[in-house]
Design a protein around this ligand. Structure first.
Ligand SMILES: Cc1ncc(COP(=O)(O)O)c(C=O)c1O
Length: 350
């Protein structure tokens, strides 16, 4: 019944069991334990190359610390106007970079384009201007869409020509991998991504994300920045145990596939709801739906939870599915929406 966010979910049973197992006995602190050390090998297998991996507990700090490694204080970070790091991180990227400037770009369905990026890069070498430094793509995007491999490659090509680093906010990376059926390597370093905020919390972990660097040289400062920023956990094994269980037996992909399937089920069902209109293609686990106001009020009255996402032009709600969304909850939502829509005179079917 709760479609507010994939953050309202509990913890996947496999991850809870891994936390309980990690609780036995003592282990070396600050990441010197065997589980944390094993993560490098696990992530290197998943990404098909040697990577540097740093567990952290929030997506915000993953983004901010990764961007700080890629951007000097006088640098510019480019991203989509709706990007989480611009809208919802309380200035963390500016804080952790020591004052870098964010330059936000327009783009349909939550995605920037290579052409839009190219046009926005100005001021290189002009001492009065902040210097173009890095780009962050959100995969899956804040609009519930995904960047295709070719789109990432095109942005990376602009980055290469202008000497910019490419970061990916993969808070919902699993949903993107599941949606695109391309390998984690193809969606990241092979397409030109240098650092990834690899999310787990929204998709079954309690609180664990990993910052992955595909060129360990670029990660040289990360450990110091994380400690100085207060995010080096003494009992790191508990973060690492979550990540280990998340990757084991493809739990991360199984969970994401389920969430995506539930979103697709909602999208198909909404076609039969008079007055409902999707604002973006549904490609991962988020939907943005225009609905008549009485239908929204009816859904709330029936006990469904979700956020309104109104804009100047329309009445919109956001629905988010997750690894534990029950098909019956989706069907109940659709039945409720259909019933309330039938009572709205302007949208009643003739
Ligand atoms: C796209 C995206 N990036 C990053 C984050 C940050 O995660 P956290 O709330 O754990 O800091 C979120 C959280 O909603 C998100 O949606």
């Amino acid at each position: 019944m709760n479609f507010s966010s994939d953050n309202v979910t509990g913890v996947a049973p496999e991850i809870m069991a891994a936390l309980a197992a990690a609780n036995a006995g003592a282990a070396a602190a600050y990441g010197a334990d065997a589980v944390t050390e094993g993560l490098v090998r696990r992530f290197s297998e998943v990404f098909e190359r040697e990577v540097a991996v740093f567990p952290v507990a929030t997506g915000t700090v993953a983004n901010a610390l990764a961007l700080a490694c890629l951007t000097p204080p006088w640098g510019v970070i480019y991203g989509h106007r709706d990007a989480h790091f611009q809208v919802d991180e309380c200035g963390a990227p500016e804080f952790y970079t020591g004052g870098a400037k964010l330059r936000m770009l327009e783009g349909d369905h939550g995605k920037i384009t290579a052409a839009g990026l190219e046009a926005a890069i100005t001021g290189r070498g002009v001492v009065h201007h902040a210097q173009p430094a890095s780009v962050s793509l959100t995969q899956a995007s804040e609009a519930g869409t995904v960047y295709q491999v070719a789109e990432i490659e095109a942005v990376a090509e602009v980055c290469r020509r202008h000497g910019l680093a490419l970061h990916m906010d993969g808070s919902r990376f699993a949903n993107a991998v599941a949606a695109l059926e391309r390998s984690p390597a193809e969606l990241t370093w092979r397409a030109g991504v240098e650092a990834l905020s690899f999310g787990a919390t929204k998709n079954g972990a309690m609180a664990a994300e990993a910052v992955v660097f595909f060129d360990p040289v670029k990660a040289a400062d990360f450990a110091y920045r994380r400690k100085r920023g207060g995010h080096l956990f003494s009992k790191m094994r508990f973060l690492s145990a979550q990540l280990e269980a998340y990757l084991a037996d493809d739990l991360w992909l199984r969970n994401a596939r389920h969430a995506n399937r539930m979103a697709a089920r909602l999208a198909v069902g909404l076609e039969a709801v008079p007055g409902a209109r999707l604002q973006h293609p549904v490609e991962a686990n988020e939907l943005f739906v225009e609905l008549p106001d009485p239908v929204i009020r009816g859904l709330y009255a029936d006990g469904f939870q979700f956020y309104r996402w109104d804009n100047e032009a329309s009445v919109v709600i956001r629905l988010v599915t997750a690894f534990d969304t029950a098909p019956a909850a989706v069907d109940a939502f659709l039945a409720s929406a259909r019933r309330h829509a039938e009572h709205v005179p302007s949208v009643r079917r003739s």
